[in-house]
Design a protein around this ligand. Structure first.
Ligand code: HEM
Ligand code: HEM
Length: 421
């Protein structure tokens, strides 16, 4: 190793991560801007954020395996301050993306990681938890930008210009011999300038109507919240992640209008029988993210996430049994998710959503025929389909047999929704 500087991997990671973090902070501050590329920006933010998390782990591991170059003589307090700040940087390099990841895990929405999906962390999916992580996320960003980076940069500049020692060269190898306008400055300064410029100036797209909400205020929710799962600012910051997955930036430009479901006039019901006796139930907690335009089915998208613990069939014991591992096994599979991005239409009011249903950890194609009538800003939807519970492994032991409870379960959805904006 070159004793005067960090090794090349450490230096490359330092400048890459520094550039990405600064880019992300400036991008983050303008995430809520209302324009046609907002959804793509949010997805880019999440993807790059997770990349930073991974890179930071690599950097930390690398640092633990390789020695830093020796420090020049300096007062004890300075050496300790530098050490504390460097350790602090490792904490925020991981803490910043981690709080972002925790924040988005409080919603059932998919977490994009470029062209892949990133898993959720097991955190309670409710409004308070979301707010907590959002506050931490915003606070760490301020700490980095107003305190840590200025201290760090000023210290580096002081070492270089006042103490005239080799600390700056630790991260900018080959800086000496002078002159001051060494090209090696241009790389780090360029990285930082580009990061800030890109983050702040990233293409805004076409301004959306309703931009009066201001820069940081979230748009109205597109979700029908359950009692606790109030739509999060995150959820509303990206009304439909799959409409505008980062690779689909262009479709975001023509995103379909989003809809807020009126839960008091909506129902997700099911019907089956037990030894011939009719059982009718419903799920009271669900989130519905709807971006739908009957005239633009190609950019429409629907995702309904049902909280299976909210099952109600008019009999407490039966509901407990439905929640248990005999049926839904809510401890392992708390949610059922129906998602569709493909629709067909047979006449003015009749449509079919060609989607997929995830239930009991199993995902299968699922078509949902529905009727839709729109009057002014209000839409009324009613759809129904039969689901084969055994195909999803719902019903174990004796319940896997279909003599007492048939395989087919009838699901009926009635939604009343109002168009946002
Ligand atoms: C968010 C942005 C940044 C982060 C997260 C960051 C993080 C770090 C960390 C953790 C170290 C300690 C390396 C180690 O011992 O493993 C370090 C060292 C260093 N950084 Fe940064 N840095 C950032 C921005 C900058 C900028 C803008 C400069 C430009 C002056 C800079 C210059 C240096 C220098 C010269 C060192 C070597 C210090 C020494 O060896 O004592 N850093 N940085
Ligand atoms: C080092 C990485 C990251 C940095 C520097 C960063 C920075 C920021 C900043 C500065 C904001 C604006 C905060 C505010 O206005 O108070 C923000 C918001 C946000 N970030 Fe990150 N972030 C990072 C990683 C992530 C990750 C990994 C995710 C999720 C996977 C994420 C999701 C979000 C979301 C959803 C918002 C909007 C919150 C809202 O609804 O207002 N961030 N981020």
């Amino acid at each position: 190793m070159d004793r005067k500087s960090y090794n090349h991997v450490a230096i490359a990671l330092h400048w890459l991560i520094a550039g990405l973090i600064l880019f992300m902070i400036f991008l983050g501050w303008r995430l809520g801007d209302h324009d046609s590329l907002r959804l793509s920006r949010v997805n880019l933010h999440k993807s790059v954020g997770i990349l930073i998390l991974l890179l930071s782990f690599v950097r930390l591991a690398w640092r633990l395996m390789h020695k830093a170059p020796p420090e020049p003589p300096m007062p004890m307090w300075q050496a300790w301050a530098a050490k504390a700040l460097h350790v602090g940087f490792y904490v925020v390099m991981i803490g910043m993306p981690l709080t972002g990841w925790l924040m988005v895990s409080t919603s059932a929405r998919d977490i994009p990681f470029f062209i892949w999906h990133w898993p959720h962390l097991p955190v309670p999916q409710n409004h308070d938890t979301h707010e907590l992580f959002e506050a931490m996320h915003g606070l760490i960003a301020k700490l980095i930008i107003y305190l840590m980076v200025p201290l760090h940069v000023l210290a580096a500049l002081k070492h270089h210009f006042i103490d005239k020692d080799e600390v700056m060269e630790h991260m900018v190898p080959g800086l000496t011999p002078k002159p001051v306008l060494n090209w090696r400055w241009i790389v780090p300064v360029g990285v930082i300038a580009l990061a800030v410029g890109f983050g702040y100036g990233l293409d805004r797209g076409i301004p959306e109507k309703g931009g009066e909400r201001g820069e940081h205020a979230p748009p109205p929710p597109v979700s029908a919240p359950s009692e606790s799962a109030t739509p999060s600012a995150e959820a509303s910051a990206a009304p439909s992640s799959s409409v505008a997955a980062s690779s689909e930036a262009s479709s975001a430009a023509t995103a379909a209008p989003t809809w807020t479901v009126d839960k008091s006039a909506s129902k997700i019901a099911f019907a089956t029988t037990f030894s011939g006796e009719a059982i009718n139930g419903a799920f009271s907690a669900y989130m519905a993210n709807i971006a739908f335009d009957p005239a633009r089915l190609d950019v429409s998208h629907v995702k309904v996430s049902i909280d299976l613990t909210s099952v109600g069939s008019g009999d407490g014991d039966r509901d407990s049994s439905l929640r248990s591992d005999s049926f839904f096994n809510v401890d392992s599979f708390p949610k059922a998710v129906f998602e569709a991005a493909k629709f067909s239409q047979s006449d003015a009011t009749h449509f079919v959503a060609h989607g997929k249903l995830t239930l009991h950890g199993v995902t299968k194609p699922c078509d949902l025929p529905f009727t839709l009538t729109i009057k002014g800003k209000t839409a009324q939807v009613s759809g129904a389909t039969d689901i084969d519970r055994t195909a999803f492994g719902v019903g174990t032991g004796d319940w896997a047999k279909t003599d007492a409870v048939p395989a087919k379960v009838h699901v009926a959805i009635t939604l009343k929704a109002s168009r946002n904006g």
